[in-house]
Design a protein around this ligand. Sequence first.
Ligand code: ARG
Length: 469
Amino acid sequence: MTDGKRMWGGRFRAETDARVQAFTSSWRFDRRLWPYDIAGSIAHARMLAACGIITLQEGETLVAGLERVREELAQGTFPFRQEYEDIHMNIEVRLTELVGPVGGKLHTARSRNDQVATDMHMYIMDECRAIQEGIVVLQGVLLDKAEKELDTVMPGYTHLQRAQPILYSHYLLAYFEMLARDYERFADCYGRANRLPLGAGALAGTTFPIDRQSVAQELGFAEVYRNSIDAVSDRDFVIEFLAAAAITMLHLSRLCEELIIWCSQEFGFLEMDDSFATGSSIMPQKKNPDVAELVRGKTGRVYGSLISLLTTMKGLPLAYHTDMQEDKQCTFDAVDTLRDCLHLVAGMMDTVQVRRERMAAAVEEDFSNATDLADYLVRQGLPFREAHAVVGRLVLDCLAQGKRLGDLSNEEWQAASPLLGEDARQAIDPRQCVAKRCSEGGTSPAMVAQALAVARQSLAKRWPDDKEN
Ligand code: ARG
């Protein structure tokens, strides 16, 4: 069975070098999988008994023992031992200590290869749900804020140059949409992870008459892997999870970058709440957006996790290799990072102060109404390209004179184009510019109010019960 120390010690004459033991050991990090490992083992033991591979009595002893081990793990009294590589072996050894030699029957018709894959599947599925919850909370904050800012006009940017006026609510809803896609990506990931590897054995299946469907049912899996080699070799579901995490972080990093810029004195559109800002150890006047900077910075870490696992899996022959043990730390780190970031960004967005007067002043003093003046000319019958040229020349004149479009006299307007009537003044008022963008998905208050209602509905459908989507 074991040589006293090593579960696989039978065919070995020499002791394992201490450096090898330390190097190959993973329990310090894979212990996080214990709830799944216990649940998987209990389902496996029940199935072994139900299929007559072990006796019913033995099955009961194993399940009772595993429940005691679960209790110890939950209480923090479980004796982890360095000499047993991973969480799976640590649990099995402890089980055998508690129930005697029958503990050695648990691993019948099972390999750590299908065992660890099963644990990872359950872990990833749970984390998909947890992250979806975090996404929904942040979406809720964005919605609440968007509802309050239906009147707040600000410059919209392209190339970080003033482009056209927008509603701040419209901007917030853009992030709502991005997060809605993130939510769906985690739902997709959940769907593909929802497949049980257990029963694949080391790679080829097993000689025992097992019942994989009953294990899948007990553990709540929708189906079982059809191919035993694929079952133990697949880490696509982890990679997909990390890809979804990386994209979500990308979105958070864009939001945070804007917060950082907008909190600068140069923009001053937003002000970080004191509770979400930090100071400088040398410059007494500083209020730094550290949370936003850290989220932006941690995005790199999560990308790193994705690239790390993609690279680990690249070119790996079938089936299991110990390389795959490297799927854990990067995944755990990405999970912790993303969960924290979603939480912190929700708090930050909830508390950040909107400096409406600064936003309003900004749209008054720029040329972001130039498109609207061109659109006005188009409505008077001028082809858009010509209108564009007329307004472009007017902007040039204004720049030379230090004026804005609205500062030009009627005569100057008429000189540029006889089609430019007095009523064009109204058309270039920033609030008008916003109000008139009422095409579907546009920034007009009417469209944004509609979008808000749709967003509210979609969120209510998801939260808190929508576990299917
Ligand atoms: N600790 C291992 C992992 O995380 C468990 C599977 C080990 N299997 C093996 N044949 N060495 O991947």
